[in-house]
Design a protein around this ligand. Structure first.
Ligand code: AHR
Length: 522
């Protein structure tokens, strides 16, 4: 009935009937069991590695104290950037990094962040704690970080309080190889070669913190910015439209109608797994809130499907990527920490959210070609937490590291029937799965069992592929709120998984309660 009401409301909004893709209802399957059929010879889509991307803002201790400690720090660093964080993220094959915000992007003036550090003007970070930003981490430092990480930068320009000229000059500074005022200034600041940054966001949340604009107004502004952010030489820009907030389908409609596909690489969307009325603790929760977070996480599937359906109408050839450039869990901050710094812990529950979300992004690889979890270090659903010189990897980190096998692999179509995970009178599909085949022909299957109490015996039938060798890894924990701390950093980490049998192209795996499993088939 609720879905029916949404349809009525949407038809009223758009004045027309739209056939949203109906997700096949997941059949309630035998308790304790799941059945998956994988068509290993039918893959067509590539899972872009950029789905496994990241977002890092000038917010709390993400940049300062996270990546950046400065050249004089006792913490081992390369030109001011922490070595331990770079090594850890390289182990996940981090494909991209979005910066400088978030809301911060639309207050940031890039020219304040270049030149000698002791001469850079300061500013107030009004969105995040009202702290003083000294601009010591700017364009050169960010792009040095990306080079150390061997990852692609995504720069978000200032549309809310900046100008077209300012963003146009930023692109010239970063990408122009010849003689020009901006390219010469870059050389004067110590960088001879252009960096050649491909991905540029034209503003962030322009419906909110990025300027409180109407979609029509922003769409026109986008066209203007897109015109004057130039392609220089071989560096073609992949421009990203500042997209909708969760269920704002009207925003997507207007972007596709008024901007369309010209000068566009992607259309963004932000969707956080949270209860905005009562975010709750990251670690202190019972099964009611465990269930609630996973239910909200699974909602992303229907929300994104609806945005994709609108995009399909205007862009049936799928030229424009859907870019989920902020996603993840958002809880209350850890007790005693600055409320503006969004520092939260990370449990096995967050690992399940990551596994479910990434399985879904893979499934829609035909349209979703980039996603960025918020926010890598010390903020929201972080992969890494730091305390001075100490660093820990969160359960979410381990999912990204385990799932790196899907980067740029061919998505394999699959069908799944699964038992339900039942809590009181509600239920969710217990098992989610995604499969891909990499360039060497190796098949990987990522599986998530969200049931916190019951293992699920999962029969996987693989069509069109001969399997004899199977290896696996599993991430699980005894308690729903298990997490890593600076005193106990390895409480939740992946271990070898061997609770499976292989026979005649059927693998039967016993997925432990609240677990993420990745199988490799050769
Ligand atoms: O990730 C934190 C904030 O959430 C970002 O700055 C903003 O874009 C979003 O509202």
């Amino acid at each position: 009935m609720f879905a029916g009401l949404i349809m009525v409301a949407m038809n009223q909004t758009y004045g027309q009937q739209r056939n949203f893709r109906q997700r096949a209802p997941r059949e309630s399957y035998t308790p304790g069991k799941a059945l998956i059929i994988i068509n290993a010879d039918l893959g067509e889509e590539t899972i872009s590695r950029h789905i496994y991307g990241h977002f890092s803002e000038h917010l709390g201790r993400c940049i300062y104290g996270g990546y950046w400690v400065g050249e004089d720090s006792d913490i081992p660093n390369t030109r001011g950037i922490r070595n331990d964080i770079v090594e850890a993220l390289k182990d996940t094959k981090i494909p991209n990094l979005r910066w400088p915000g978030g809301c911060f992007a639309d207050e940031y003036h890039w020219m304040d962040g270049i030149g000698p550090r002791d001469q850079r003007p300061k500013m107030i970070n009004t969105h995040w704690g009202g702290v003083t930003e000294d601009n010591s981490f700017g364009t050169h430092e960010f792009l040095d970080l990306c080079e150390q990480l061997e990852t692609e930068p995504i720069i978000v320009g200032n549309v809310g309080s900046g100008t077209v000229e300012e963003m146009s000059k930023w692109v010239e500074y970063v990408n122009f190889d010849g003689v020009s005022p901006m390219a010469d200034l870059r050389r004067q600041n110590g960088r001879e070669e252009p960096w050649g940054v491909r991905f540029w966001g034209i503003g962030n949340e322009t419906w909110g913190c990025g300027g409180n604009m109407t979609p029509e107004y922003y769409a026109q502004l986008y066209r203007n910015y897109a015109t004057y952010t130039r392609n220089y030489g071989e560096y073609r820009l992949n421009r990203i439209i500042s997209g909708a907030n969760t269920t704002d389908y009207h925003w997507t409609e207007v972007m596709m109608r008024d901007i369309g596909t010209r000068n566009v690489w992607g259309l963004s969307l932000h969707h956080y797994t949270t209860n905005w009325n009562n975010k709750g603790s990251a670690t202190q929760f019972g099964e009611d809130l465990y269930f609630d977070v996973l239910r909200r996480c699974l909602e992303i599937e229907d929300v994104l499907d609806r945005h994709i359906t609108i995009m399909d109408q205007y862009d049936p050839n799928k030229r424009v990527a859907l870019v989920v450039d902020e996603w993840g869990t958002w809880y209350d901050v850890e007790p005693g920490t600055n409320p503006g710094f969004l520092y939260q812990q990370n449990t096995i529950r967050d690992a399940l959210v990551a596994g479910l979300s990434l399985n879904y992004f893979n499934e829609r690889a035909d349209r979703i070609r980039m996603a960025n979890i918020a926010q890598t270090v010390n903020v929201l659903q972080a992969l890494i937490l730091t305390d001075e010189a100490k660093m820990i990897l969160t359960p979410t980190y381990h999912v990204f590291e385990m799932y790196k096998v899907h980067h740029d692999a061919t998505l394999l179509p699959l069908n799944i029937k699964t038992a339900d995970y039942r809590y009181e009178n509600q239920s969710l599909p217990a098992v989610s799965a995604s499969a891909s085949k990499d360039a060497e022909g190796v098949v990987h299957i990522s599986l998530v069992n969200i049931d916190p109490e019951n293992a699920i015996e999962t029969e996987i039938n693989i069509r069109g592929y001969q399997t004899s060798l199977v290896a696996g890894r599993v991430l699980t924990a005894p308690e729903m709120n298990a997490h890593n701390t600076f005193d106990d950093p390895d409480r939740v980490k992946p271990v070898v998984f061997n609770d499976f049998q292989v026979g005649n192209n059927v693998v039967t795996a016993n997925l432990p309660p609240k677990s993420v499993v990745v199988l490799e088939l050769k």
